[in-house]
Write a protein that binds this ligand. Structure first.
Ligand SMILES: [Fe+2]
Ligand SMILES: [Fe+2]
Length: 290
């Protein structure tokens, strides 16, 4: 590659270093299109040392961050105030989801990890989806008479990203399987609360755009976790043994995720993502042997 050609990792770093989430989403969308259209051709430059990825991405300071226990109650979407609070928290989560998708690209896009091109394709698509979710939900929040930053938001969302910043198995398992799947568990309840509260517009946005795309995000996590397992074992990826990947998954989640996973699980959506109960059910009960 020529030395002045931008790599995908360099472009991902630009998103991470952009503080305003509106700009993050816009820039990310542009970069994703450039990558998917072949205008950016190299994920990283193998002949250059790895670039420094910030521990925490740049963020605006206008959103007041508080610890999760100090967050005001969201309510059940029965009042405008509750609907604003729920959409505000979703907007906040999506803004972190943008950073998380560019972070896995920037942090693990290196010669040492040598992930295939398709890995970058998948997470670029995830990043583009998360940017769109942020933009659509932020616009909806304004239609509801509020704006991102009007309410406090919880500050724990990046903690598990920091905890998994050195290990791609852990990052994929915790962020892209466990957390994405948790989103799938809670979304149907949120959607019906908006419907029952008479806000079909938000319910439709969540149900028709966001929910189906979140299934594909969890699927990407599972797919690349399995890929890493089979590559480590030296198998042909097509003949991978799920049992080994599942065992490795349990081991990784037990060491990087605090506490048992919280049922009830959305089995149908999880299954659609290739994430059957054998992956998560053994993690739902506390393992007293450890
Ligand atoms: Fe999302
Ligand atoms: Fe997602």
């Amino acid at each position: 590659m020529s030395s002045n050609e931008t790599t995908l990792v360099e472009a991902a770093l630009r998103v991470l270093n952009t503080p305003d989430p509106v700009d993050k989403a816009k820039l990310g969308d542009q970069i994703a299109n450039h990558w998917l259209q072949g205008l950016i051709t190299n994920p990283y430059n193998p002949s250059q040392p790895d670039l420094i990825v910030p521990d925490r991405p740049a963020r605006l300071t206008n959103v007041k961050l508080v610890s999760p226990s100090l967050m005001p109650k969201l309510g059940k979407a029965g009042s405008l105030q509750s609907r604003q609070a729920i959409v505000h928290s979703l907007v906040h989560t999506e803004s972190w989801a943008i950073d998380l998708s560019w972070d896995i690209i920037a942090r693990f896009g290196s010669k040492q990890e040598s992930m295939p091109r398709e890995f970058f394709d998948d997470f670029v698509r995830v990043a583009q989806d998360e940017g769109r979710h942020f933009t659509l939900l932020a616009a909806r929040l304004e239609e509801l008479g509020s704006f991102y930053g009007a309410l406090p938001a919880h500050d724990g969302l990046w903690d598990s990203a920091v905890a998994t910043s050195k290990d791609l198995f852990a990052r994929l398992a915790v962020e892209h399987c466990v957390h994405e799947a948790r989103g799938l568990d809670v979304l149907p309840t949120t959607i019906s609360r908006f419907r029952n509260g008479g806000d079909n517009k938000t319910a439709d946005l969540l149900e028709e755009v966001i929910y189906p795309e979140e299934v594909t995000h969890c699927a990407a996590g599972v797919k690349w976790f399995k890929y890493l397992c089979s590559r480590t074992r030296g198998d042909n990826a097509d003949e991978e043994s799920d049992d080994d990947a599942v065992n490795k998954f349990h081991e990784v989640v037990r060491s990087y995720f605090r506490g048992p996973l919280k049922p009830p699980f959305n089995e149908k959506a999880r299954k659609a993502a290739g994430f059957g109960p054998q992956w998560y059910e053994p993690l739902a009960v506390k393992d007293f042997s450890q």
